[in-house]
Design a protein around this ligand. Structure first.
Ligand code: URA
Ligand code: CA
Length: 433
C-alpha cells in the first residue's frame, strides 16, 4: 500500500477500507508516514467527509494505537461522560458521586484545563490532599468498593490522536466532523468505557457554533459508538453562557457541593439530571430516562449523593471537612464586585471570553506548563434573562491581585445588557439511537 494512492482515493471522494485506515494510522504513529502526507489526507477528509464505517475504522485504529485500559475487573457497566467543551462546566464534579450513589460505577479518567476551558483534575485538586495519581489497581479497588474514583489520564492513551490533533491544529483541519468524532470517541474507547454519554455543546464557548452542526456531530458520534459496540447517547446543550454560576477551581467545588445539597444553580442541576439519567439508563440501572431521573432526584433529596461525595473525598485522601465548611476553600485575597453600568436584562454573557477572564486571574493555563491558582475565579450573580439594576453587582471577581482592571474591562465587553428580555435555552436536543 502506498500513502499517495490513499490520499488520491480520498481526494477523489472514494471510501477508504478498514485495512487502508489501519495502514495510515499505524504508519503515522510509527512515523513511516510523514506529516506532509498526513496533512494532505486530513484536508481531503475535511472536504470529502467520511462514511460512518470509515469513521468507525478511524476511531478504532486511533484507540488501538496505544494502551486500552482494561476495566473488566470492575463490576457493572462502566459509563463514561464527555463534554465537547465548556466554561464553568461543573457537571462531572456533581455527576460522578450522583450517579455512583444509585449504583452506576464511575471509573473516570480526566484531564487538565487549557485555555478558557477548565479541567476536572484541577478542580478536584483544589480540595486539600485530594490525590489523582492512583495506581491502576488502587483505582479499580476504590471503584469496586465505593463505585467512584477519578484519576489523571494515562500518557499513552490514543497517541495517534495526540499526534493528529497537533497536526490538525496547524493545518486548519480541526473543525471537521469525522475528525472531531473519531478523536473524541477513540479516547473514550481507549479509556475503557462500555457506554458513553456525550454533551455536545453549541454556542460561542464551543467547537460547534450552531445547532445543526452540533446535531450532525452528535448523531455521528452516537452512530459510531454503536458500530464500535458501545451504547452511546448525546445531549446538545447550549454553551453561549457559562454553566452554573462558578468559573474557577475552588469556586466550582463549592458549587458542586451546593448542588449535591440541592441548593445549586438551576441550569447546572438540570444538566446533571439530563446527563445523569442517560448514564443510569446506559448502565442498565433504570429502564427509562424518566425512571432514571426520579432515582437521581431522590438521591439528591435524601442526601445519598452528598454522602457519596464525602466517601469519594475520603477514598482519595482529601480534606473532608470542606464538605461541611466549603467556605474554607474560598481563600482568594480580594473579592471584587462588577457593578452593572445600566439597568435592563442580561442579554449576553459570552462564555469563552468569561473563561478567558477567569484564566487571566490565574484559574486556567495559557500553555500546558503554566501553574494555576485554585482560589481565583468568577462567581456570576446574573445570568441571561435576569433583570439587573444599574449599580447592582453582576458578578464577583475572586483574585489574588488587587489590580484587575484588564479583567474587568474584558468582562464588561462581553456582558450585554438590553431592555429586551431574552429567554435562555439550556438543552437543544437529546440524541439516542
Ligand atoms: N476534542 C477532542 O478531543 N478532539 C477534537 O477533535 C475536538 C475536541
Ligand atoms: Ca459552573
Amino acid at each position: 500500500m502506498r500513502m499517495v494512492d490513499l490520499i488520491e482515493k480520498k481526494r477523489d471522494g472514494q471510501t477508504l477500507t478498514k485495512e487502508e485506515i489501519d495502514f495510515i494510522i499505524s504508519g503515522y504513529t510509527e512515523e513511516s508516514i510523514p506529516d506532509y502526507q498526513m496533512s494532505a489526507l486530513l484536508m481531503a477528509i475535511f472536504y470529502q467527509d467520511m462514511t460512518d464505517e470509515e469513521i468507525t475504522s478511524l476511531t478504532m485504529a486511533m484507540a488501538n494505537s496505544g494502551e486500552i485500559i482494561d476495566l473488566s475487573s470492575i463490576e457493572g457497566i462502566k459509563v463514561d461522560k464527555h463534554s465537547t467543551g465548556g466554561v464553568g462546566d461543573t457537571t462531572t464534579l456533581v455527576l460522578a458521586p450522583l450517579v455512583a450513589s444509585v449504583g452506576v460505577p464511575v471509573a473516570k479518567m480526566s484531564g487538565r484545563g487549557l485555555g478558557f476551558t477548565g479541567g476536572t483534575l484541577d478542580k478536584f485538586e483544589s480540595i486539600p490532599g485530594f490525590k489523582i495519581e492512583l495506581s491502576e489497581q488502587e483505582f479499580i479497588d476504590i471503584v469496586n468498593k465505593s463505585k467512584v474514583a477519578v484519576i489523571g489520564q494515562s500518557g499513552n492513551l490514543a497517541p495517534a490522536d495526540k499526534k493528529l490533533y497537533a497536526l490538525r491544529d496547524v493545518t486548519a483541519t480541526v473543525d471537521s466532523i469525522p475528525l472531531i468524532a473519531s478523536s473524541i470517541m477513540s479516547k473514550k474507547i481507549a479509556a475503557g468505557a462500555d457506554a458513553i454519554v456525550l454533551d455536545v455543546t453549541t454556542g460561542e464557548g464551543a467547537f460547534m457554533k450552531n445547532i445543526e452542526d452540533a446535531k450532525r456531530l452528535a448523531k455521528t458520534m452516537v452512530r459510531i459508538g454503536h458500530l464500535a459496540g458501545r451504547q452511546t447517547m448525546a445531549v446538545i446543550s447550549d454553551m453561549s453562557e457559562p454553566l452554573g454560576e462558578a468559573i474557577g477551581n475552588s469556586l466550582e467545588i463549592v458549587e458542586a457541593i451546593d448542588t449535591l445539597k440541592g441548593q445549586g444553580p438551576e441550569d447546572l442541576t438540570e444538566m446533571c439530571y439530563v446527563l445523569g439519567s442517560q448514564m443510569v439508563v446506559l448502565a442498565k440501572q433504570a429502564s427509562s430516562l424518566e425512571d432514571a431521573r426520579k432515582m437521581l432526584e431522590e438521591a439528591l433529596a435524601s442526601g445519598k449523593a452528598l454522602e457519596k461525595f464525602r466517601e469519594m473525598v475520603i477514598d482519595q485522601g482529601g480534606d473532608v471537612t470542606v464538605i461541611d465548611q466549603p467556605e474554607k476553600l474560598l481563600t482568594a485575597k480580594y473579592e471584587i464586585a462588577l457593578p452593572a453600568k445600566m439597568s435592563g436584562y442580561v442579554e449576553e454573557l459570552v462564555a469563552n471570553e468569561i473563561g478567558i477572564a477567569a484564566m487571566l486571574l490565574g484559574a486556567g493555563r495559557k500553555t500546558k506548563e503554566d501553574a494555576i491558582d485554585h482560589a481565583v475565579g468568577i462567581k456570576l450573580h446574573k445570568k441571561i434573562g435576569d433583570k439587573v439594576a444599574a449599580g447592582e453587582s453582576l458578578l464577583t471577581i475572586y483574585a489574588n491581585e488587587e489590580n484587575v482592571e484588564n479583567v474587568k474591562e474584558l468582562l464588561y465587553d462581553n456582558i450585554k445588557i438590553s431592555d429586551q428580555f431574552t429567554e435562555p435555552t439550556l438543552i437543544h436536543a437529546i440524541i439516542t439511537e
